[in-house]
Design a protein around this ligand. Sequence first.
Ligand SMILES: Cc1cc2nc3c(=O)[nH]c(=O)nc-3n(C[C@H](O)[C@H](O)[C@H](O)COP(=O)(O)OP(=O)(O)OC[C@H]3O[C@@H](n4cnc5c(N)ncnc54)[C@H](O)[C@@H]3O)c2cc1C
Length: 376
Amino acid sequence: MTHTRTALVVGGGTAGSALAVLLRRAGIAVDLVEAKADWNATTGSGITLQGNALRVLREIGVLEQVSAHGFSSDGVTIVAPDGTEIFTQQDVRTGGDDLPSTVGMQRPALQRILIEAVRASGTRVRLGCTIDRLTQDARGVDVSLTDGTAGRYDLVVAADGLNSRTRELIGVTDKPAPTGMAIWRTPAPLPAGVTRTHLAYGGPAYIAGFCPTSDTTVYAYLVEPNRDRASIDPASYAEEMRRAAEGYGGFWDEIRASITDPAQVNYTWFDRHLVEGAWHRGRVVLVGDAAHACPPTLAQGAAMSLEGVSVLAELLSAHEAWDDELLTAYRDRRMPRVRMVVDASVQIGQWQLDGVRDAGVPGLMGRTLNALKELP
Ligand SMILES: Cc1cc2nc3c(=O)[nH]c(=O)nc-3n(C[C@H](O)[C@H](O)[C@H](O)COP(=O)(O)OP(=O)(O)OC[C@H]3O[C@@H](n4cnc5c(N)ncnc54)[C@H](O)[C@@H]3O)c2cc1C
């Protein structure tokens, strides 16, 4: 009898959930442990899923639900701080011409769709649980979990995000670094007449924008220099975001007035992260933000994570030996593309931080997004 291969996925975010579905499809027995008891299905603002992210969501079989719950669009309107429309540009269809450029979504809606797909895949899920300890030999990984259980797996995948504890457990020391910017984000009602993302570069914030996330909602955001988080009282988040939005007119008047609940407002720093060396140690491998992350100036973080999932699942499904060579091949295939996106995303923010007025932002964005039309 042939051995059914086994994998433990640590973290059930975008990357971990998508990977669990693809590994199950290949007949691999998958356990998934997720630290949050609510599996991140109840809170969160919005996300812009570009075509290359949609291409992977189609591969895992959830594109129809994503399209139904999100807001598809092919262009962005660039506006002056007072809301005056300057021009509308067609976005690059990074996922190919049969997919829209972007789908805006509420994060909890995306997460619920992924959760349903993971449940339907037959993955064994444990919530409010994580890895306590792991040891490995040439043939497998022994894991103790915080719920007191233990198991042995052919592979452990660290999909536990930017501050991955699994990454730390295997001795990968690369860590995210702040870029100097931070973002205020909130869901808000869709103002009548908004049919696509609006972006203002300049005004009191570096970027002020909003992206439709359904027929009734937008996700609004303002990017500023980062501040000591400890110095901002979470009870004042709504007030802080309204303050940051002062100086923006047009549809912002309506959005600003709707920002009243501090619990709906999120404040996050922008980080750069790229593990430069191997993305694995033995039979433990990094995927998604655990391996790489970028500021959302190109809205490509989840897209890069999903592409990495697709490549890793393809290699694990096609090859019998889950060895050093295979996991190195995964990292080598992903690295040039991920580096291009991380560097471009950071550069766009850096030009704003440096006040470079004649920066080549449209050119860099266009070159990077066009390159992503190639399959990963
Ligand atoms: C402000 C901001 C805006 C963004 N906007 C966009 C955008 O518009 N488009 C885009 O493509 N990308 C965007 N991104 C990037 C995107 O959010 C991430 O790249 C993506 O979520 C990475 O997915 P992941 O599964 O690797 O990590 P995560 O989504 O962070 O998931 C990690 C999961 O692991 C769980 N976890 C954490 N620690 C443990 C542990 N020890 N054990 C078990 N579970 C654990 C977490 O609860 C979580 O469920 C943005 C990022 C930021 C910061």
